[in-house]
Design a protein around this ligand. Structure first.
Ligand code: GLN
Length: 585
C-alpha cells in the first residue's frame, strides 16, 4: 500500500502555530502551508530508507567509546620544527596569520595595544561594507591588551595566542559583553561569565574585540535570517558569506581579524569557510566543550575555528580542545600535537594516506562544473603529496539533509518552547526561519509522519556508512558545497533549496566526525557571478583531527589558494605583497 504523507492545510498550519504559540497573519498562514508542504516532501524521503534492523543512534554511547583509559598520554613522536613566519617585515599586521601575529608580539615587533588598535581601526574602515561585526567592545579589548603588554614587560610567559585580536560568533557567551545569538529575544542579555571558548581563548592570550553576526540561533546557511544587516561576502558584496557562522567567516576574509570562532551543527563553520575562501574546522563531537554555546541542536553542536591557513586551525584547536566537566558529552582524551601534524604534512607529505572519494558526492544533482574542476585538482595535489585515492560509498549520503532537519527542527521546537514570552510575542520576536523551525519541529514532535523515530535510525545508518568507508580509507574527500556561492535573496523564499546548501557537510555532524573545509581554488568569473572561492571538504575518524590537519597541510603546501585576498579586504590592503594574489588570477 502506498504511503500517504500528512496533508498540510491551512488548518494544519494554524493548529501547529497554536501548539507552539506563534501567531500567524492570514498571509503568513498561506506561506506556512506552502513551505510546510515542501518540507514534509523532504522529510518524506526518510520513508524510502529501510530502517528495520537499525536501532536509534545514541550520542551518549558514541561518546563513551571515545574516552581514553585513565592515565593515557598522547604518544606523539617528535615533530619537525615549524619554521618561523616568512612574512615580510613591512607587510601590515592584517596580512599576518594568528601564528605570525603571536610570534611578532613575542619578538617585541609589535605590542598588544598596537595590534588591538590597528584591528579596531580596520573594523571601522572595512566593516561598514561587510556587516560581520554585531558588537565591538574597544574598551575591554584595549584593557586586555594593556594587561598583556604589562605581563610581557614583567617577563611573564605568554600564551600561544598572545596579543592576537579575535571575535566570537554571537552564540558563544562572553562575560560583560552582550550575547544575542542573533535574535531580538536575547537583545540586552549580558552574560555574567565566559563560556568555555572565550575563557580558553583569553587563557591563551587572545584579545576578544567583539561578537560576530550569525543566522538567528544558528539556523541558516546564508546569514540572511537576521533582524540585523545581512553579512556580505568579502569576495562579492551581492553574494552571501554562507551561514550560520557568516559573520565569523566574513570578518576573517575581510582581514579585520586573523581568526574567529564559529559553531557547526549542520555545516555552519565549513560552509561559510568555503564560500569565503577560508579554513574552517569542526572537531569531533565532544572534543571541544559546548559549555557556553547557546544550543542549536545539542547532540550535533560543535565549536571550532575559522582561520586563513591550516597552521592557525591547528593552533586555535589546540587552545580549545580538552575535557570540560561542565559539558556532559565532553570526551576525556589527551589532546595530540596538532601543530606537529601540520609540520609533518608540510615537510613529509602524506605518503601512504588513503583518501576516500565516495561516488555519491560526484553524482549530486547540480554540482557546479567549476566546483568539480577544483575538486579534481585538489585530489591530484593530494596524490602528488603521496596519497592514494580509493573509491568508497556512503549509501545514505542523500538522507543526511532530511535527517538533520527532522532532528534540528524537533530540537528547536523543544528548546524554544521553554522560552517564556507574552502571548503573541513569539510571532513578532522570532524571525521567519525560527518560526518555520518551530512549526516543522512541532509537526515532527507530534509524531505526524513518524519522522523523528525514522531520523534517529537513519542517523545510525549514516554513522555506520561513515565507519565502513573510513575502514577503507583514512580521510574522506568531497567538495564542501555544490555551488561556489549564491546571491543575497536568491534562496530566502525556498527553504528546501537553502537546506540543500549543506548536502556535503551535514553527514559529519550526524556522525560526530572531525571535518574541515580548506581553500581549493576559484570558480572563474562568468556572466552570473564574479570570481568566487571553492572549498575542499575532508572528514576523518573520531578524534582524527591530527590526520585531518596533516592532509590539509600537505594540500596547502602544494597550493597557494589560502594566500588570496578578497576584494572586500583590499583598499587598505594595497601594500600586501603581489604573492598574495590567487594563482591564475
Ligand atoms: N544550515 C544548518 C541549519 O540551518 C546548519 C546550522 C548550523 O550548523 N548551526 O540548521
Amino acid at each position: 500500500m502506498s504511503r500517504r504523507p500528512p496533508s498540510i492545510t491551512d488548518a494544519t498550519a494554524v493548529a501547529l502555530a497554536q501548539a507552539c504559540q506563534v501567531e500567524l497573519s492570514a498571509e503568513a498562514i498561506d506561506r506556512a502551508r506552502g513551505y510546510l508542504t515542501d518540507l514534509v516532501g523532504l522529510l518524506e524521503t526518510l520513508h524510502e530508507v529501510d530502517i528495520d534492523e537499525m536501532p536509534a543512534y545514541s550520542v551518549a554511547e558514541a561518546i563513551a567509546g571515545l574516552h581514553a583509559p585513565a592515565g593515557a598520554a598522547p604518544a606523539d613522536a617528535a615533530a619537525p620544527p615549524m619554521p618561523d613566519p616568512p612574512h615580510a617585515p613591512d607587510s601590515p599586521w592584517f596580512a599576518w596569520t594568528a601564528w605570525e601575529t603571536a610570534a611578532a608580539l613575542r619578538r617585541g615587533d609589535v605590542s598588544a595595544v598596537m595590534l588591538a588598535q590597528a584591528a579596531l581601526t580596520r573594523i571601522a574602515a572595512v566593516d561598514e561594507n561587510v556587516h560581520a561585526w554585531l558588537r565591538v567592545d574597544a574598551g575591554a579589548a584595549l584593557a586586555t591588551a594593556r594587561d598583556l603588554d604589562a605581563a610581557r614587560a614583567r617577563g611573564e610567559p605568554l600564551g600561544p595566542l598572545a596579543g592576537v585580536p579575535t571575535g566570537l560568533k554571537d552564540n558563544l557567551l562572553t562575560v560583560g559583553l552582550e550575547t544575542t545569538a542573533g535574535s531580538r529575544i536575547l537583545q540586552g542579555w549580558i552574560p555574567t561569565e565566559d563560556g568555555a571558548h572565550a575563557a580558553r581563548l583569553r587563557g591563551a592570550g587572545a584579545v576578544i574585540l567583539g561578537k560576530l553576526a550569525l543566522d538567528e540561533f544558528g539556523m541558516g546557511s546564508s546569514n540572511e535570517n537576521t533582524p540585523f544587516e545581512p553579512v556580505r561576502n568579502p569576495w562579492a558584496p551581492d553574494f552571501v558569506p554562507g551561514g550560520s557562522s557568516g559573520g565569523s567567516a566574513a570578518a576573517v576574509a575581510a582581514r579585520t581579524i586573523c581568526f574567529s570562532l564559529g559553531s557547526d551543527s549542520g555545516g555552519s563553520i565549513r560552509q561559510p569557510a568555503s564560500l569565503c575562501g577560508l579554513v574552517g574546522l569542526k572537531p569531533t563531537y565532544g572534543r571541544v566543550s559546548r559549555h557556553g554555546l547557546i544550543p542549536v541542536v545539542p547532540g550535533l553542536d560543535h565549536v571550532g575555528p575559522l582561520t586563513r591557513d591550516v597552521r592557525d586551525a591547528a593552533l586555535v584547536l589546540g587552545c580549545l580542545a580538552g575535557h570540560d566537566p561542565r559539558d556532559l558529552n565532553s570526551i576525556r582524551a589527551p589532546v595530540p600535537d596538532y601543530l606537529g601534524a601540520v609540520a609533518r604534512g608540510r615537510a613529509e607529505g602524506i605518503a601512504g594516506t588513503r583518501i576516500g572519494v565516495h561516488h555519491e558526492a560526484l553524482a549530486v544533482p547540480g554540482l557546479d562544473p567549476a566546483v568539480l574542476t577544483c575538486f579534481m585538482a585538489a585530489l591530484a595535489q593530494l596524490q602528488a603529496a603521496g596519497a592514494q585515492l580509493v573509491e568508497v560509498s556512503l549509501p545514505h549520503f542523500r538522507r543526511a539533509v532530511p535527517t538533520y532537519y527532522a532532528l534540528a527542527s524537533a530540537q528547536a521546537a523543544h528548546h524554544l518552547a521553554r522560552v517564556a514570552l507574552p502571548t503573541g510575542a513569539r510571532g513578532q520576536a522570532f524571525g521567519e526561519e525560527v518560526r518555520r523551525r518551530l512549526l516543522l519541529g512541532t509537526l515532527v514532535l507530534r509524531g505526524d509522519g513518524e519522522y523523528l523515530e525514522r531520523a534517529t535510525r537513519v542517523q545510525g545508518l549514516i554513522v555506520r556508512d561513515h565507519a565502513a568507508a573510513l575502514e577503507r580509507c583514512d580521510v574522506l574527500a568531497s567538495p564542501t558545497t555544490r555551488l561556489p556561492g549564491f546571491r543575497l535573496g536568491e534562496r530566502v523564499q525556498d527553504p528546501v533549496a537553502m537546506y540543500l546548501s549543506d548536502i556535503f557537510v551535514i553527514g559529519a555532524n550526524l556522525a560526530g566526525l572531525p571535518a574541515m573545509s580548506v581553500p581549493a581554488g576559484f570558480a572563474p568569473a562568468s556572466a552570473e557571478r564574479p570570481t568566487l572561492p571553492v572549498g575542499l571538504h575532508l572528514v576523518a575518524r573520531a578524534l582524527g583531527e591530527a590526520t585531518l590537519l596533516r592532509v590539509a597541510a600537505a594540500h596547502e603546501a602544494r597550493t597557494r589558494w589560502h594566500l588570496a585576498v578578497a576584494p572586500g579586504a583590499a583598499g587598505s590592503c594595497d601594500h600586501v605583497g603581489a604573492d598574495d594574489r590567487p594563482l591564475g588570477m
